[in-house]
Design a binder for this molecule. Structure first.
Ligand SMILES: [Zn+2]
Length: 65
């Protein structure tokens, strides 16, 4: 299935424009659907950093690294 506007391949059309499937970006551009609210990345907020401490218990015991 392809977007009727930009001809990108779609798994599933976001909307139909004149009976033709359109992708989510084109649907927004055509004014069919409202854009999804973007999650505002907070520039000042703490970033989630995955840390592994040296003395942390091994997640997979018995598995030789
Ligand atoms: Zn499109």
């Amino acid at each position: 299935m392809q977007c009727a506007r930009c001809h990108r391949w779609l798994f599933k059309p976001a909307a139909l424009s004149g009976g033709l499937p359109v992708g989510p970006i084109c649907a927004v551009k055509l004014g069919i659907t409202a854009p999804k609210p973007k999650r505002m990345p907070s520039l000042l907020g703490p970033r989630i950093v995955v840390r592994v401490d040296e003395d942390q218990m091994a997640l997979f015991e018995g598995v030789a690294a």
